[in-house]
Design a protein. Structure first.
Length: 179
């Protein structure tokens, strides 16, 4: 099996868009279609900051993602809004659809497991929010140069010698395009 990831940022000096793609491929053989899949995540940073500032609601969700597999396709969107206490409120929507013969099976599973799936998804989002609140405010307080240093160190750590290969393995790419 091979997992290939690509992470991209448009304009490293003043990021406007970021994206992540991942593809899982097997070496072939029996049942390979049921193991392979792709994931895509896109973040419109300009739209995100615009929405968090309360200036106006974005026409499209600034964060969107798709996971495609032979038997199912899942889409996720997230949109922030300012909350009355000065924090952000992020609305996350997920939609899963079966494909091929899995469509009716997924519909039955959704009827039986919907409440548990929602609870598990909500717990995962709450955990992510706790981790965000534990780390991101310090990065913001560090200012632009501190944030840039943190991101640079993180990218260097992922590519440096002795890297543990956390996250994506296989071919890793970092793209930077001009404005």
């Amino acid at each position: 099996m091979r997992l290939v990831c690509a992470l991209g940022v448009r304009s490293a000096a003043r990021p406007r868009e970021a994206w992540l793609t991942a593809t899982l491929r097997t070496g072939g053989g029996k049942g390979r279609n049921h193991l392979e899949g792709t994931a895509r995540l896109r973040l419109d940073l300009g739209g995100w900051w615009q929405a968090t500032g309360g200036r106006r609601r974005a026409a499209a969700s600034p964060l969107s993602g798709t996971l495609t597999h032979a038997l199912a396709r899942a889409t996720v969107t997230a949109a922030p809004q300012p909350a009355p206490d000065g924090r952000w409120r992020v609305t996350v929507r997920a939609r899963v659809r079966g494909r091929s013969f899995a469509r009716p099976l997924l519909a039955v599973a959704a009827l039986l497991l919907r409440a548990r799936a929602r609870r598990t998804f909500a717990e995962a989002l709450d955990d992510a929010a706790e981790r965000w609140n534990a780390h991101v405010p310090a990065w913001v307080d560090a200012g632009e140069s501190g944030l840039r240093a943190t991101l640079t160190d993180a990218v260097r750590g992922a590519h440096g010698a002795g890297s543990s290969g956390q996250g994506c393995s296989g071919a890793r790419e970092a793209h930077t395009a001009g404005e």
